[in-house]
Design a protein around this ligand. Structure first.
Ligand code: ATR
Length: 282
């Protein structure tokens, strides 16, 4: 057995996180003597927790709600995506230097590329302008997608589109989250992504888009993974569109974190199976 290393997720709440199951399965699969634990860290303990990570030599952490932005104050260096997005979900402890990354957007992109191939020049309509949408939007724009953003609070869609245009030389379209306007944008799109929390358990019957607004040539992706088959994806099934569930983003963002920490390729299949098993037994 090699050196023992510890990894963790910090957040609040964190009890239901699937990251420990996913990463421990991956460590085991590769025969690594590494362990991944969950720590509930309320906001007023974040500073001490980050000092603790250094003091205890925890090699890497995932950061989740509500710390993804506030953690930036306690890091020594940021990767390019984290800097642009302004949020961190992955920290690597390199001999006491804490380096921050954001793998949410790249995880979503990877899940999409598995179905679509190169996203460069592909029209994508993204629903949402919150934290998750922001990470995905930057990754899509960086990869050359023809991006349109829609959000219930339209000013947030405008702000996100503006901030992408300021960082990257690209044009980002915006549409209000209104049925007819949305339908027109979907007609012109190849990819439709729900990056809002709509449809998440216990509001499983909710969707922002119904099948009559979709077409069969679409690739439809949801970031909600509880339930795995959301109403949004069921609506896509009805018109024969291709779908990508929220688990694939979860697994791919985890895989990117894993690769940042270990410099080894993540066993994606094993990670997904571990999560599915854990969800079934919940
Ligand atoms: P996260 O970090 O998970 O993205 P968030 O930052 O709170 O969470 O963002 C939630 C997203 O879901 C936002 O785009 C939000 O729209 P608003 O910006 O208008 O709040 C969207 N959302 C949540 N509930 C919604 C609803 N019932 N209808 C439409 N959009 C909703």
């Amino acid at each position: 057995m090699g050196e023992i290393k510890t990894f963790a997720i910090i957040g609040d709440p964190v009890k239901h996180s699937l990251s420990p199951v996913m990463h421990n399965a991956a460590f085991q699969e590769l025969g690594l003597n590494y362990f991944y634990v969950a720590f509930r860290v309320p906001p007023d303990s974040l500073r001490e927790s980050m000092e603790g990570i250094r003091a205890l030599g925890i090699k890497g952490v995932n950061v989740t709600i509500p710390h993804k932005i506030s953690v930036l104050d306690y890091l020594d260096e940021l990767g390019k995506s984290a800097r642009m997005i302004g949020a961190v979900n992955t920290v690597k402890n390199e001999n006491g230097r804490l380096l921050g990354f954001n793998t949410d957007g790249r995880g979503a992109l990877k899940a999409l590329e598995e179905k679509v191939g190169d996203i460069d020049g592909i029209p994508v309509l993204l629903l949402g302008a919150g934290g998750a949408a922001r990470a995905i939007a930057f990754s899509l724009a960086q990869s050359g997608a023809e991006l349109t953003i829609s959000n219930r609070t339209f000013s947030k869609a405008e702000d996100l589109a503006d901030s992408i245009e300021n960082e990257i030389e690209t044009k980002v379209n915006r549409v209000p989250l209104e049925r007819e306007k949305l339908k027109r944008a979907i007609d012109q799109g190849d990819v439709l992504i729900n990056a809002t929390s709509v449809g998440m358990h216990p509001n499983e019957n909710k969707t922002l888009v119904t099948s009559d607004m979709m077409h069969s040539d679409l690739v439809v992706k949801d970031i909600v993974y509880k339930p795995i088959k959301t109403r949004f994806l069921k609506e896509a099934d009805k018109v024969g569109a291709d779908t990508i569930d929220g688990l694939s983003m979860l697994v791919h963002q985890g895989a990117k974190s894993f690769e940042i920490w270990t410099d080894q390729e993540a066993p994606i299949g094993v990670m997904r199976e571990a999560i599915e098993e854990a969800m079934e037994s919940e």
